[in-house]
Design a protein around this ligand. Sequence first.
Ligand code: ZN
Length: 229
Amino acid sequence: MEFQIFSKYPRLKYGLSQKADGPMKLGIMGSEANRSRFFEAVGADKVASAEICHGRSAPRANLADAGKIIARADGLVTSARNLFLSVTVADCFPVYFFDAPSQTVGLAHAGWRGIAAGIITGIIKTMAVDPKNILCGIGPGIRQDHFEIKGDVAAVFGGYSDNISNRQGKIFLDLPEVITKQLLAAGLQSANIEAAEECTYCEAGKYFSYRRDHPEQMQAMAAYIGLTG
Ligand SMILES: [Zn+2]
């Protein structure tokens, strides 16, 4: 997974683990070893991880947070060099943020609950920079064709009726489009927003998908971003 918008910045390191790297969800059996192996392989020595609770909290992290799990956070922001931020996802979208002038990075776990709660604006507020300069990459997640919702969730997204479709009596929601609308409303420029095309539900060999697999134990990927140098 690569974003063109980030390609000019060789010190910006970001990515997403794959199924072959193993389950990364914090606190499940085996995940600690998988996470250590994965982060070491990508050169992320110091990692601050968001706990993940489908809310909007996105605090700032610093080097003292390396190795820690930040409670009640679904996003993190840092300007510290060589500190990597991490969230876990499995159908929810990892959303990567970078502001070049201030050398600030951010990372959000964005599922429908967090998006409705305001995780996208939460990250942008914590970054506290001119949103015109923020670059944003929306990673792989469950895309509209596979994201069926019920009427209660559709009601939560009533302001996004253009992004809700009906097919054979079922309702589907286009979360990357909702995220994009929220980014634009927060002042980002459309040329600075890029969405990965991959759907976690479709890419069965590559990604875990909660909706597809319904595992007894959550099997998530780890997303990360950081600035080296
Ligand atoms: Zn799909």
